[in-house]
Design a protein around this ligand. Structure first.
Ligand SMILES: [Zn+2]
Length: 235
């Protein structure tokens, strides 16, 4: 399966062929649908058949392995036949909001020091948990720093690193809860020029300026050494 979103996070649709379809989900020869992972939700959208019929996709999940993508149809959908040609089209407005928030969480990693113990991107909001025992976190300061990095409009781009080279630079791995996938020889890094560099398989905007205004919401205490910082769009 060709994962179009991995090299081009701005691809909104692609032509593809159905390679399998059952109650588990629909597999395609190639896809723009991002499967849930790394704290980013799976895409929603439609598969359009050549006769104009639309199959509504309500979620996207990983299948049997890392590069296997399952398009989950709405309940009661008539499944397409194997070999059927489809146009796969994501809900772009939602995905773009997820890309903006996901990219912003990378900035948060740069603003707040401390190991990341968890995180989640949602539509319109996001959060990261940090292992910060005794640090006083200043909401206003974090908000100002995030918006400064956004205003500076840094370029954002993926690049690949050999697994062996990553092992030599363990400091690149900020997220203790989400280990980068290993075993394929290469690991995808996400680089925000001069700001942040870490393994990430998600989808991001091309420049930080595209994120737009944000602000820190609640800062919660989630148990021992675990501070949760919530981020919202401030439109
Ligand atoms: Zn990322």
């Amino acid at each position: 399966m060709e994962l179009v979103f991995r090299d081009d996070s701005y691809a909104q649709s692609c032509e593809a062929e159905v390679t399998s379809a059952d109650e588990q989900g629909i597999r395609l020869s190639r896809t723009v649908f991002y499967p849930m992972g790394g704290g980013q939700p799976g895409d929603i959208g439609v598969l359009r058949l050549t006769d104009g019929t639309e199959i509504s996709i309500v979620d996207t999940r990983k299948g049997d392995h890392h590069e296997d993508v399952l398009h989950i149809p709405a309940e009661g959908t008539t499944l397409p036949s194997i070999g059927a040609e489809v146009t796969a089209q994501i809900d772009w407005e939602r995905r773009h909001r997820l890309m903006r928030m996901h990219s912003c969480l990378h900035l948060l990693c740069a603003v707040v020091t401390g190991d990341v113990t968890g995180g989640q991107v949602n539509d319109g909001k996001g959060r990261l948990d940090f292992n910060l025992p005794d640090t006083q976190l200043d909401k206003e300061h974090i908000t100002t720093e995030l918006n400064r990095l956004i205003d500076e409009d840094h370029p954002v781009a993926p690049r690949w690193i050999e697994e062996a080279d990553l092992e030599k630079q363990p400091e690149l791995v900020r997220t203790m809860s989400v280990k980068p996938p290993v075993g394929s020889g290469k690991v995808r890094l996400l680089e925000i020029d001069g700001v942040d560099l870490q393994p990430c398989g998600g989808t991001h905007v091309q420049r930080t300026g595209e994120i737009g205004r944000v602000r820190v919401g609640k800062i919660e205490n989630k148990g021992r050494q675990n501070r949760r910082i919530n981020i919202l769009f401030d439109a």
